[in-house]
Write a protein that binds this ligand. Structure first.
Ligand code: GLN
Length: 246
């Protein structure tokens, strides 16, 4: 019998890969391999045909306003509707910053350009002249595992969640969604949206495993991820948490 395999689709690797966001995919793959499991990775760049139905986890990285604008036509040509359907279908999605903003209704830049996005999740984003930049930390809500996450944010967009969705967590240090309401990211069905680059997963193994378990659970309901020796990861996490939170 072949080993349990997580099928990951990296959407727009050509356009959305700020601050080494791709490292999240490498991290997921290694954490699966260390447990004798496997990952199969496909890429869906702009202009290609995506096959979300055949994957377990869709990864979307961050990008600048420019890249976000470039991919609008590709979203409209089909991928936007397909991604929305995949989300409704319960696919697991990890989306970072510009990729996170893309799942909402729209992003209006601080100088008035409006990008209409896919509206798969109830939120919108408005640009501000002042960017939120720097290392930051947040605590995931219990429904997303409850771990403390350290990461790096750099965005002009301020995101406001609608009534039907929850944040991923509460900000402990830094800006998060908008620097106003104390929330960070979004959690809707099996979607995890966050402003955290870093890349986020290597330094936050608990969140990584929570997302892997969510995605694997859809295909292999009996499979429970075994704990790993996370001494190095935890040391990196704690060093940054100490710097930010004392
Ligand atoms: N362009 C978006 C913003 O500045 C996203 C930036 C990013 O992905 N880092 O809000």
């Amino acid at each position: 019998m072949s080993k349990p395999t997580l099928r990951i689709c990296y959407l727009y690797p050509d356009l959305l890969n700020l601050y080494g966001d791709r490292g999240n995919i490498l991290c997921m793959r290694r954490r699966l391999e260390w447990r004798g499991l496997a990952a199969e990775i496909t890429e869906a760049p702009a202009g290609s045909k995506a096959n979300f139905a055949d994957c377990d986890l869709i990864f979307i990285g961050g990008g600048q306003d420019f890249e976000q604008e470039v991919l609008l036509s590709d979203l409209k040509a089909g991928k936007g509707g397909e991604l929305k359907a995949a989300i409704q279908d319960g696919k697991t999605v990890l989306a970072i910053c510009g990729g996170y903003q893309m799942l909402g209704a729209y992003y209006q830049t601080w100088d008035g350009l409006r990008c209409d996005f896919i509206g798969a999740v109830d939120f919108y984003t408005v640009g501000s002249k002042e960017r939120m930049i720097g290392n930051f930390a947040f605590e995931c809500l219990p429904e997303s595992g409850g771990s403390t996450v350290v990461g790096f944010e750099n965005h002009s967009g301020k995101t406001y969640l609608g009534p039907g969705v929850s944040p991923l967590g509460r900000v402990l240090a830094g800006g998060g969604n908008n620097g106003e309401d104390g929330f960070e990211g979004v959690r809707y069905r099996n979607v995890f949206g966050t402003y955290s680059h870093g890349p986020i997963l290597p330094k936050n193994p608990q969140l990584c495993d929570f997302i892997l378990q969510t995605a694997l659970g859809e295909r292999y309901p009996e499979l429970t991820l075994q704990p790993l020796d996370d001494a190095a990861e935890t040391a990196a996490h704690d060093a940054m948490a100490k710097r930010l939170l004392g």
